[in-house]
Design a protein around this ligand. Structure first.
Ligand SMILES: Nc1nc2c(c(=O)[nH]1)N[C@H]1C(S)=C(S)[C@@H](COP(=O)(O)O)O[C@H]1N2
Ligand SMILES: [Mo]
Length: 421
């Protein structure tokens, strides 16, 4: 027996002991059922060789994970060009969203724009209008930051009642990536912002152009002109080769295929898009310039698409929390529809304007639960209940629904989107 085999045998025995301890802890030991062929028999995959190193020059998830994909809801929009799909948050863990399953929102489709053809113009109230090529951008000092991007319409279908059955659909218009880019303030300083410059109007190179106005204070603060996400080039659908990253603010301002930044003395009000993202209140009036995404959270598992598949005993409850106003400081979880709350464990200390992962490990007695999570951010803001939010905003809103979500988990482990009053 070679050394290598001896080592793997020891590791194997240690492994079985650990597995047995785990099973006992779970109260799910199956000792009486006889030998498990997965343990006692040499399996097929151990009798052949696997794929060579070049089988997939750019790797994809293994076929068994084929379920972990973006999904759209066909009846929401008339076509897929001006549409949205949803991140499979129910199936992910940690905080970083892989680009390949990060939600997409386009107003006129995702365009293919070559780096060679890329230009970024800065004009308007500046001392020197400038045009940057992609290569020019690469010559400025770069920064890396993890930020969430949430569409203002996320959870928008849930205002009037519990509607879509899954965290992917109720809360999946969000992604969280590590961006590499140049601060917009660096480029604006290069052009020289004049004192009358109070806003920037930003637009993309796609047919919709997605023009938006951003106050100069934000533009000079933490806005990034980003060209990498999670270490690699932005995907086409996320704005390749360059997009704007507007930390904590609603997704529609994160202009993709960024082509122009105009410094202006006021916002561009006339455009349909600028007034679109307002919140209609009960009395028919609107709330506008609600750019910051308030603190919010959702339990990703168990949830309708991620039911409990084991019996009573140890259960990991997990979810995501975020705030456009800074870092998440605390998340509470309720198993009884908000009557009692237990502080959850944050996977890591909260980071400003980035997703936080939370966990609550419980000993599930197998009875039904009304699962809720409640986020608190560094400003002290507490995520509101649906009733509290409706009191202020009524039932006519679409955007900025950050209310507490409820999943009804049955004895069978299946979960459903419900409301508690
Ligand atoms: N140029 C351009 N930028 C755009 C859009 C667009 O259609 N065109 N959609 C906006 C909206 S509404 C959202 S929510 C985000 C979504 O970014 P994603 O597709 O990378 O998820 O991009 C924003 N930026
Ligand atoms: Mo959006």
């Amino acid at each position: 027996m070679s050394d290598g085999q001896a080592t793997s045998r020891r590791a194997f025995l240690k492994g079985t002991a650990a597995a047995a301890a785990g099973a006992a802890a779970a109260g799910a030991a199956k000792a009486a059922e006889g030998p498990d062929p997965l343990i006692t028999e040499v399996q097929e995959w151990a009798q052949i060789t696997g794929d060579g190193v070049d089988a997939t020059p750019y790797g994809l998830p293994i076929e068994y994970e084929g379920d972990v994909i973006r999904r759209n809801v066909e009846w929401l929009t008339a076509d897929t060009i001006s549409s949205i799909n949803f991140t499979p948050i129910h199936a992910l863990d940690g905080t970083i969203t892989p680009q390949g399953c990060a939600f997409e929102r386009h107003h006129s489709g995702a365009i293919a724009l070559r780096k060679e053809d890329y230009r970024l113009m800065i004009n308007g109230l500046v001392d020197q209008p400038l045009v940057f090529t992609y290569e020019d951008l690469e010559r400025f000092p770069r920064e890396n930051h993890v930020y969430f991007c949430e569409c203002a319409a996320n959870t928008g279908m849930e205002w009037a009642g519990a509607q879509l059955n899954g965290a992917q659909f109720t809360h999946g218009m969000i992604h969280n990536m590590e961006y590499t880019g140049v601060p917009l303030r660096t480029l604006l300083a290069e052009a020289g912002v004049q004192t009358e410059g109070k806003w920037v109007f930003v637009e993309g190179a796609d047919a919709s152009s997605n023009g938006r106005s951003i106050p100069i204070d934000k533009a000079l603060d933490d806005v990034l002109v980003a060209f990498k996400a999670n270490g690699e080039a932005l995907r086409k659908e996320h704005g390749y080769p360059v997009r704007l990253v507007v930390p904590g603010w609603e997704g529609n301002m994160w202009v993709k295929w960024l082509r122009r930044v105009e410094v202006m003395d006021g916002p561009v009000e006339s455009r349909e898009e600028t007034s679109k993202y307002t919140d209609t209140l009960e009395d028919g009036t609107s709330r506008k310039w609600t750019w910051v995404m308030d603190a919010k959270s959702v339990i990703t598992s168990p949830s309708p698409q991620s039911p409990i598949t084991h019996g009573p005993g140890p259960l990991v409850i997990t979810g995501l929390a975020w705030s456009g106003n800074g870092a998440i400081t605390r998340v509470d979880v309720s198993t009884d529809g908000g009557m009692n709350w237990t502080q959850a464990r944050l996977g890591a200390p909260g980071q400003k304007m980035a997703l936080s992962r939370f966990y609550l490990e419980i000993d599930w007695d197998g009875s039904e639960m009304l699962l809720q999570s409640r986020a608190i951010d560094e400003s002290g803001y507490v995520q509101p209940t649906k009733a509290q939010l409706r009191e202020v905003r009524g039932l006519n809103s679409i955007y900025h629904n950050n209310c507490i979500q409820t999943w009804w988990v049955r004895e069978t482990g299946e979960a459903e989107n419900v409301e508690v009053s």
